[in-house]
Ligand binder design. Structure first.
Ligand code: FO1
Length: 309
């Protein structure tokens, strides 16, 4: 029996690290958003897969949350000299991962096979499962037109106001079979404190995914990415204001709707405990140290187990 954790982005990866310390490789599997993937400089880049991979391997950049810690930037400097596109920072060592992934995909490997190969190479025993091996691309709608996700998030630094999102290809994409396998004997499903709109919704948009999660008898718990009406990291609260919904933990629970059996609030939002249409629990969800990550993982698993009784 395994737990399944849905994650994307930096906030999700923090809790995923806590889960990986609390649960063994056969006890939890990670479902990762690939809607942020894009082709750049001729390379296939999978930011959320790489953020989780580096985080579980203990190789991530502690300051940015993305890319590697032990990095140098000669490639970017040389690219700048050539007038190449440098708005998306690729470190010299990180570059090797993108080159090798691109080579393996071109040779016919699936994204799941590439990810398994990278995890083995970096000593990660936990299962990191792309949400689908088929292409899905998050498109951001703004008053001035549409943007690819990385243009919105990195090039334009999340400045444009969002009016909506599309997940191109999601309707035709199949859920990773590895996810369906875990759901056959699943103890609980955890939605990590990732951005609900651009990290979790792309996963739920994959054809048949939401139905598979709902059909599974295991309880579903989401950890709030909003604490005290603001996002711990990233543009979640800003997006909610632009979408004209309250930037509150409660609103995130309503956003996930009847998928949820439980919602984990931060202590700062304890006043909302018991006022939501789903069961709630309260824990410290601001993760600064590894101990914070582990403690939140324990609280989330305990909540899932309570709901599963
Ligand atoms: N995020 C940035 O804000 N600036 C960057 O230059 C950048 C480069 C980058 C390179 C590799 C990678 O795996 C992630 C990178 N990210 C960068 C983060 C990435 O855009 C986001 O983490 C996800 O797409 C959304 O969570």
């Amino acid at each position: 029996m395994s737990y399944l954790a849905l994650t994307g982005g930096i906030g999700g990866a923090k809790l995923a690290l806590g889960l990986a310390h609390v649960l063994g490789p056969t006890e939890v599997a990670f479902v990762v958003n690939t809607g942020d993937d894009f082709e750049h400089l001729g390379l296939h880049i999978s930011p959320d897969l790489d953020t989780l991979t580096y985080t579980l391997a203990g190789r991530s950049n502690a300051d940015t949350g993305w890319g590697r810690g032990d990095e140098s930037w000669h490639f970017m400097a040389a690219l700048e000299e050539l007038g190449g596109e440098t708005w998306f920072q690729l470190g010299d060592r990180d570059l090797a991962l993108h080159v090798e992934r691109t080579r393996m995909l071109a040779a016919g490997a699936t994204l799941t096979e590439v990810t398994r190969h990278v995890c083995a190479a970096l000593g990660i025993a936990h299962r990191i499962l792309p949400m689908s091996d088929d292409p899905v691309r998050t498109i951001v709608h703004t008053p001035d037109g549409v943007l690819s996700f990385q243009h919105y998030f990195v090039r334009d630094r999340c400045r444009p106001a969002v009016t909506g999102f599309d997940f191109q290809g999601a309707g035709e994409a199949a859920p990773n079979p590895g996810i369906l396998k875990v759901l056959e004997d699943c103890r609980g499903i955890l939605i990590c404190p990732s951005n609900p709109f651009v990290s979790v919704d792309p996963i739920l948009a994959v054809s048949g995914m939401r139905a598979a999660l709902e059909t599974c008898s295991a309880p579903v718990v989401a950890v709030s990415p909003i604490v005290g009406d603001r996002a711990i990291k990233g543009p979640t609260a800003k997006m909610m204001r632009e979408l004209d919904v309250p930037s509150t933990a409660r609103q995130v629970a309503l956003h996930y709707g009847d998928l949820l059996d439980g919602f984990l609030l931060d202590e700062q939002d304890a006043a909302q405990h018991g006022t939501l249409p789903v069961a709630t629990a309260v824990a410290q969800s601001v993760m600064v140290s590894l101990e914070d990550r582990i403690a939140l993982a324990r609280a989330a698993v305990a909540f899932l187990d309570d709901l599963g009784r």
